[in-house]
Design a protein around this ligand. Sequence first.
Ligand SMILES: Cc1ncc(COP(=O)(O)O)c(C=O)c1O
Length: 454
Amino acid sequence: MNFRKLSFTDAPLIKVTPPGPKSKEFLEYQFSHEGSAVSYPKGMPMAVRYASGATVEDVDGNKYIDFFGGAGVMNVGHSNPEVIEAASSQIVNLTHSLDFPNPARRSMVGILHSLLPAELNKVFFGGPTGSDAVEAAMKLAKYNTGRYPMIAFEGSYHGMSAGALSLSSGLGFKEDFLPMLPEVHFIPYAYCYRCPFGKEPETCNLDCAQYLEHILEDPHSGVGKPAAVIIEAIQGEGGSIVPPEKFIPKIREICNKHEILMIIDEIQAGLCRTGKMFAFEHSKVLPDIITLSKGLGGVGFPISCIAYKEGLDTWPAGKHIGTFRGNVVAYAAGSAALNFMVENNLAEHALNLGGLMLSWLKEIEKDSKIIGEARGKGLMLGVELVRDKETKEPAPELASMVRSYCHRNGLLIEIGGHYFNVARFLPPLVITEELAMKGVEIFRDAVIEAEKLL
Ligand SMILES: Cc1ncc(COP(=O)(O)O)c(C=O)c1O
């Protein structure tokens, strides 16, 4: 398919500096009638009306290039016609089925089985969000091992429900709601730009992964034998962190040696985003359990699932339930989206275009005083902003300035990272080279503007 026709051809187009008058009216209504935890419209003030492919239109008629992608949901593009067609045909027939079999569900399960490694031959649909999948994965691990402790990683994000939040590293999200689940232990991820061991990736001995081995073997580490390690193969909210090639295999090896289950959270990095259907495929390991959500519902229909090895399928009927166990419209939309991904080689497109975008960002990095590191894989990219390239002092205020500049000039981006200083790009994977280039140019100008404020 020619991806060009999926997006608005005249984006970026700023008719009135956002937020325009209509957006302002929506925002005022929202802020006076909705809870104060609403967040994205505070960073990118606008109300949205239409979205197509890798572009979004606000209520004032401004059109944006979308490097935000609904926080990594829109892999096949906003309003993807094949997905909309499938969802529309489904919606008039059946929309809710708990866990009764139905044709749409069967089709989704069949496609997932054809894409997953043969060993992950059980799929299970719980609640609709990524957090729900994380809860289910953790419960399955605990049920099978009879153990309680969990190992998670610094920089991780796994969701907002109690268990998923306990596995997430951001203190800002949880310190006011303590206590979290007990016996969750955080260990360093391979965040080489800020290696806690002061090593360089070329010469280190994967000290971060070795640290897991150390805490498992030292009877005074204070860490009981865990049920599972939960890890993102490429960290998303942590700042688009791609670990060295041997990191994930080393964690797998340690899990095998100590008979600990390995859960790979594919909610953000999965479904073609990083250049493979599943991000764990880059490291050629086989997880015991994976979690999927975000792009799984095609164009934002909420659904999540876990996939796991048959040997773990020990829990009895009803051990893990919920009113929304899967979503029939999302099965239809998701099946169409998965087919679209395969038929259009979306993984390859993401890998190639992402590689090109990274090379442009690396060029910008060379001339910039505030870009500490541009990194990523496929179309999961991040640019870490610092006040000083030597000291690496994080610059969250510059990151929000960059985001505002981008928004005012027709580009939507996300901010994340340990210090909220990483500009993150998660565009719909159907983005064209032309739009990607225009977006990177706006970003470059934003960085130049932000630099003036140093
Ligand atoms: C890796 C990862 N896991 C889990 C989640 C939680 O998903 P949800 O927001 O749908 O609960 C996210 C959300 O950003 C995520 O990036």
